[in-house]
Design a protein around this ligand. Structure first.
Ligand SMILES: [Zn+2]
Length: 399
């Protein structure tokens, strides 16, 4: 999916992305080949590793782990353990974020169906609850930390706990300083200077405090814009993550890598994540028909509250596969079938209301035929005149 489409949609709420540089490879090679033997073996250089360019990777994003979860950042430990097992049962292999980046650089292969596990913000339940479960499975994972929260008390982790995780090989990466939406500075702050500190400052603090190299950045709420992405790449991050979950190929753009935000209240997200489609050896069951829902880029995004009473509804159908153009239908609760337009070039379907919507929650149901089979996805949004207006030029993603 092109970046332009994501920008146009300016929608989904959670995630990050990645890019790559290969300076470390050369260094490793220098060290591993003694000078004396280098010339003798020069005629038969080590062949480059066979990298599976057709592999696909999903990135899962979690936040808190607690019993009786009742918000969209929490997952019950039992559900989390079941999901970790399901990955295994589905032949999905968990790889580290750094292995995923090495694969993207062509330095290392990953299994055909791979998953990266990430945990955001720095809640202590990541340390106390998730980590032991991940150890049971032997899964590597990444902690995306926003530095103001470390040692903040309450449910936050301490620096000592982060050091302990670092020593055990847990990957730690940046999730800004303040966890503010990066598209807008807080009141009274100059945007560019503030953004610079969020992007550079968080990296620097983590690197100084923990003595690590930070290579990845997760946008808070998955929201970003062109300047945010540019600033983060300039800061040296190799991978920027949003929360627009997708099955990513080796060429997925580094500045908008999608993650599935997983929690207990929306089990469909995990279902969509572990469904790698029809040609991956997994039986193409009925779930395939739901593949798009959690992963799809929509506007407004799922569960969004918007102040605009005449919104444009948009969705990108790229994740549905080869959609039959004339089969695309959009329904809106209270309206029925609406005359939405579908553009097979961009795979965007859109509809602009011609009358004001009364404040309440609306469900959008989108259906289309793919290879003769009807697929359907649905999401909802709420018109609420008191909701804050979203940034105009912003591109966001999320689940
Ligand atoms: Zn976060």
């Amino acid at each position: 999916m092109s970046r332009r489409i994501l920008v146009v949609l300016s929608v989904l709420p959670l995630i990050l992305a990645g890019c790559k540089k290969s300076s470390t490879l050369a260094k490793l090679d220098d060290k591993s080949v003694p000078a004396a033997s280098a010339s003798a073996t020069a005629a038969t250089p080590t062949p480059p590793p066979a990298v599976d360019r057709s592999a696909k990777v999903i990135v899962l994003c979690y936040h808190r782990f607690e019993d009786n979860p009742h918000d969209s950042l929490a997952i019950a430990p039992a559900d989390f353990r079941a999901q970790m097992k399901e990955l295994k049962d589905n032949g999905i292999e968990v790889v580290s974020l750094k292995d995923m980046l090495a694969w993207r650089r062509g330095e290392k292969s990953i299994p055909p169906k791979s998953a990266v596990i990430t945990i955001d913000d720095g809640y202590v339940s990541g340390y106390a609850v998730a980590w032991p479960i991940l150890k049971e499975f032997g899964y590597p994972f990444t902690m995306f930390i926003y530095t103001n929260y470390v040692g903040a008390g309450g449910k936050s982790m301490s620096w000592a706990q982060l050091e302990q995780m670092r020593d055990a090989g847990v990957d730690i990466e940046s999730h800004t300083v303040s966890h503010h939406d990066l598209r807008h500075a807080p009141k009274g702050q100059e945007y560019n200077a503030w953004l610079h500190n969020e992007v550079y400052g968080s990296k620097d603090i983590l690197e100084q405090k923990l003595g690590v190299k930070i290579v990845a950045f997760a946008f808070p709420y998955g929201t970003h814009n062109e300047l945010v992405r540019k600033t983060a790449l300039e800061a040296g991050y190799q991978a920027l993550f949003t929360v627009y979950g997708q099955h990513m190929g080796i060429d997925a753009p580094a500045d908008q890598l999608g993650r599935y935000a997983v929690e207990s209240m929306h089990p469909d997200v995990f279902k969509a994540a572990v469904n790698f489609g029809n040609n991956d050896g997994v039986a193409p069951g009925v779930e395939a028909a739901q593949l798009a829902s959690a992963a799809m880029v929509t506007q407004p995004m799922n569960e969004e509250r918007i102040p605009n009473t005449r919104p444009v509804i948009k969705a990108n159908l790229a994740s549905m596969g080869e959609v039959e153009p004339n089969s695309v239908e959009m329904r809106v609760s209270g309206f029925g079938l609406v005359p939405a337009k579908y553009d097979p070039q961009t795979k965007l379907v859109s509809y602009e209301f011609t009358q004001n919507l009364v404040p309440k929650t609306y469900t959008v149901i989108l259906s289309a035929k793919v290879k003769g089979r009807k697929m359907e996805t649905r999401w909802n949004f709420t018109v609420d005149p008191s909701a804050p207006a979203a940034g105009k030029q912003a591109a966001t993603q999320g689940t």
